[in-house]
Design a protein around this ligand. Sequence first.
Ligand SMILES: O=C(O)C(=O)C[C@]1(C(=O)O)C=C[C@@H](O)C=C1
Length: 379
Amino acid sequence: MALKSAAVFSWGDSRSNPSGFVFNRVKNLNTAPRNWVCVGGFSGHETISSAENENAGKSTTETDVSRKLSRDLSSLPKPLSVADLSAAPNDGVRISFKGLPGSYSEEAALKAYPKCETVPCDEFEDAFKAVELWLADKAVLPIENSSGGSIHRNYDLLLRHRLHIVGEVQLAPNFCLLALPGVRAEQLKRVLSHPQALASSDVLLSKLGVARENVDDTAGAAQYVASNGLRDAGVVASARAAEIYGLNILADRIQDDTDNVTRFLVLARDPIIPRTDKSFKTSIVFTLDEGPGVLFKALAVFALREINLTKIESRPQKKKPLRVVDDSNTGTAKYFDYLFYIDFEASMAEPRAQNALGHLQEFATFLRVLGCYPMDTTL
Ligand SMILES: O=C(O)C(=O)C[C@]1(C(=O)O)C=C[C@@H](O)C=C1
């Protein structure tokens, strides 16, 4: 469905616009936003020189100069002080995410940084680029869901971009059925949402006998139904999306599995310093040569040091998806080449983690540490 073309986006404030449907999604990353903040002000020294130049040749007294100086200074913007910066209402943190305000990704960003300013983006890649281009300080992106599995696109983007994982956020989304005010559940012919939200609400949607329509994000679905006045369409989205887009909540907590959790990664331009005083996780990606038992050997470097693995994911290597091996006895075989992503429960500040990676490096054909970060233990 042409949801994107129906939505209008422009630069402006994203979260102080609860009544309208126009939000500042990051779209064209080559253009700085109108409300771009320029930190660093004028130089007092320059002002003195220009005052002096203006009076060149005149017999100027010191009092004249200082009067002129104070007049010029008062008309200039005040430079930022430490006090101004520490009093910033959003703690000065801007977090990019994919979707519209009211999406679960934004909720995850606000869970990690309650006072942050959120930066909605059209695509996952835009959220990465927003951080790389300093439009945002960090990005919060979903990486896996307890019922739907991995979000492969973000695994691929982690490798393509140079951001570091600095945190994780676990969110148990509360899915709600929303519709325009006055519309009853029995009147709905279709329900729009992100595929994961639709799949997670299967029992209720089957009971209602509605058609399901996939859209990019849950809040985008709410915005679409609201702005087009669709009385035959419901939405699975958050209570916050209902409030923002002026929809009614017809049913709350409609998820089939109340333990459904989405794990998000927090990405930044710089890594954080690994510590040992609390539980840390490390995420890596590596490649191996073809051969019997190579993956077994790679996993053994962790098992030997009693390091618990929490996730393993394999993705095809896009640049060389097939490897052709000629064997005089068996003929020609074609192998897929894979990247292996592993999360393990140890900090890079621990010798056992350093030794495990040193060991893996002896035979891995490529190895990159994606980040070492505190584990989210809130759920
Ligand atoms: O559509 C949203 O609201 C999102 O934040 C995305 C997303 C996902 O990618 O799985 C995040 C959590 C929920 O499971 C549903 C959707």
